[in-house]
Design a protein. Sequence first.
Length: 310
Amino acid sequence: MTQKPLLISVVGPTAIGKTTTAIALAKAFKTEVLSADSRQFYKEMSIGTAVPSDEELAEVPHHFIHSKSIFDDYSVGDFEREAVEFLSEKFFPSDPDQRTFKTFVMVGGSGLYVDAVIKGLDEFPNVPAGIREKLNEELLGGGMAQLQSELKKVDPEYFEKVDQHNPHRVIRALEVYRASGKPYSSFLNQKPKERVFDSILIGLTADRATIYSRINQRVDMMMSAGLLDEASALYPHREQNALQTVGYRELFEFFDGSLSEDKAVEEIKKNTRRFAKRQLTWFKKKPAIHWFDYTTDVEEIVAFIKKELP
């Protein structure tokens, strides 16, 4: 049997050092990097999404970073289609003069987006437009609290791992429930789709205190790098789905006058720590992930991957 090309996916909580490891692995395997970070796609967002620096981007070619606008209607389904087509072309180029890759590195903390590329999205029932419209009316009329309460009641499993402050995600789960009478989580983890590549998942982790400390440091660095100005420029477009993101939402509340700047920064740190906890919950349920401490020398990870190859 012919060996398939290999997709190495680097996952883990935010601020753990995935970008550094992905670049090192790409160099070791003489390949390139595909980003599966659901917010680094957007060219208007750089500081608050921890986009790799110019120096990092120059070390190896990166793809799917700043490839979209916050005004584009771009879903995880769109990403699955585009990323799989991209990898297929890299592994089996239609142009014989193009380089053929045997390995590629994917990196990102957005578990759903990583899963979409590796095994495909789950199939969900069609939702009548009226259900979505009704949920949007309820959001405008009563705010997020009542929608969060309903989701917690009808689908506690998904409630624990979803970004509960993201109206798009909460409404999506509720509309599936109302359309089908079944919880959103019951449609997850269906049979994987066939791919033209094999996958290996590398997870980076640390003890909780270390993760939280690194998150706090990163937020301080973002503020020093100009996150406040970046968020201010995006404030007029705050209703865009791409901006329903930790680091921007809290500063929008500062601009609204409902939070002080110091309190907004505290909230960014707190909500990012909560986000990291949800990421770990998601990834820890994936038995296929091979976990390494974030301080592990990349040569050890490279040796492990080579040992795992058929």
